[in-house]
Design a protein around this ligand. Structure first.
Ligand code: FAD
Length: 405
């Protein structure tokens, strides 16, 4: 589809954050265009969603299109460490909310959302890359088409949903290193997972490994299974450097991977390092950053797409009000709000790597009400301040971890 030379809002990137932003702005009656560097479907990692995603897709009018894809229903998460198990079920949680979500091959999921928004008349320019920006005198974006020919697009507002591309953080010098130590991930899609029929068949498994790394097993409805290992760099010393050999060695190293011992790679194994990132600010005159273009913590609690959709929702609603002539306090209404939710997840990610969260999860005496409150955090309901484990995450986690010994 060809791009208009001007519109109300230009969205950079057609991932979940970009598509849902475009959907909300279009719903509100503004003219929107989406510029996407790649051709869809394209691979991106981030396949396990959280129930909060369902609320956000609903608000953007995208729930029906995604439901029609029959993705595997995710009703909770199973954490394993040798023979120890800790099962969370979203049906049993503190905050009223969705009791399920999905496990999705992102190529398919992201294309579904983008197609649904394009079908409403929003132009998506695939294969087009934003290469320069100028915010003096109103937003102006330089976009290169697949042949490298450049054109200038003007808008009243820009939403940067460029994910790992981090367009505005790079071009406006907004990048900030993450406070987390460097970690890496090695992952692939596998064919031939011998899923054990029963309640765990479709469950996402998070397996703690002896080396200090952890692994995910995410079954998909297309018969493939996503498998990945994550951890601090020294936790990978036990495994070969080559990503395929690394995954094979990890599978051989732990009995919880028995089901994967006869699999073959359906997607070439990949390594991704240094993915945790942050930004100096989430907004500026004429623009807002959403999704992974802002901050990414860690994959362990599958918070990425949830935070991407939450930030897209919040920023788009603020932009709609601003375009309508209202004065918006972006710092309070957007940045401070997002920071509160991100900081809740940050506390759990820190606790995961310092060992206090696994100690709590694998404590068979963990009280049911505590598990219910933590389950709501794992479901993505990290703005419910009625939940003590949201209101004071560090203190509550330290308290229960102490009790767990
Ligand atoms: P993306 O989905 O990355 O989309 C951004 C789009 O912008 C891309 O399509 C890109 O092509 C486009 N773009 C980039 N640059 C330009 C440019 N210059 N011009 C135009 N377009 C551009 N999250 C979860 O929720 N669950 C998980 O299980 C999970 N697992 C993860 C595992 C690992 C190892 C890692 C590193 C991350 C994981 N994540 C997970 C996080 C997840 O990948 C991201 O949070 C999510 O993809 C963010 O979506 P987004 O819409 O912000 O960006």
């Amino acid at each position: 589809m060809s791009l208009p030379s001007s519109c109300d809002v230009l969205v950079i990137g057609a991932g979940p954050a970009g598509s849902s932003s475009a959907a909300l702005l279009h719903q509100a009656g503004y003219s929107v265009a989406v510029v996407e560097k790649q051709q869809f479907p394209r691979f991106v990692i981030g396949e396990s969603l959280l129930p909060r995603v369902m609320d956000l897709l609903g608000e953007a009018g995208l729930l029906e299109a995604a439901t029609a894809r029959n993705f595997i229903v995710k009703r909770g998460a199973l954490f394993l460490r040798n023979e120890e198990r800790c099962d969370f079920s979203f049906a049993d949680q503190f905050t009223p909310g969705w009791d399920h979500t999905w496990q999705v091959p992102r190529a398919d999921f992201d294309k579904t959302l983008a197609d649904a928004v394009e079908a409403r008349g929003v132009p998506f320019a695939y294969g087009h890359e934003v290469v320069a920006v100028d915010f003096a005198g109103g937003p102006k974006l330089t976009v290169a088409d697949p042949e490298g020919k450049e054109q200038t697009l003007r808008s009243r507002f820009v939403i940067d949903a460029s994910g790992y591309g981090r367009v505005l953080p790079r071009l406006l010098d907004l990048d900030l290193p993450s406070k987390f130590p460097p970690r890496k991930a090695v992952f692939a899609h596998l064919r031939g997972d011998r899923r054990k029929p029963g309640p765990d068949e479709n469950r996402i498994w998070i397996v703690c490994l002896a080396s200090g790394a952890w692994a995910w097993i995410i079954p998909f409805s297309n018969g493939l299974t996503s498998f990945g290992i994550v951890g601090p760099l020294d936790a990978f010393r036990a495994f070969p450097e080559d990503p395929a050999e690394c995954l094979r060695a990890a599978i051989a190293s732990d009995d919880n991977f028995e089901r994967l011992r006869h699999t073959e790679f359906a997607l070439e194994p990949r390594t991704l390092g240094g993915y945790a990132c942050s930004v100096k600010r989430l907004h500026g005159p004429g623009f807002a950053l959403v999704g992974n273009a802002t901050e990414f913590l860690d994959p362990v609690f599958s918070s990425g797409v949830t935070l991407a959709l939450e930030s897209a929702n919040r920023a788009s609603r603020a932009a709609i009000r601003q375009l309508g002539g209202e004065v918006v306090d972006w710092e309070q209404e957007y940045a401070a709000y997002m920071r509160r939710g991100i900081d809740v997840f940050r506390a759990y990610v820190s606790g995961w790597y310092d060992g206090s969260v696994p100690r709590l999860f694998f404590n068979p005496q963990a009280a049911a009400p505590v598990k219910r409150m933590i389950c709501s955090v794992l479901a993505g309901y990290v703005w419910d301040v009625e939940n003590p484990f949201v209101r004071e995450p560090e203190r509550k986690l330290a308290q229960v971890a102490r009790l767990a010994g």
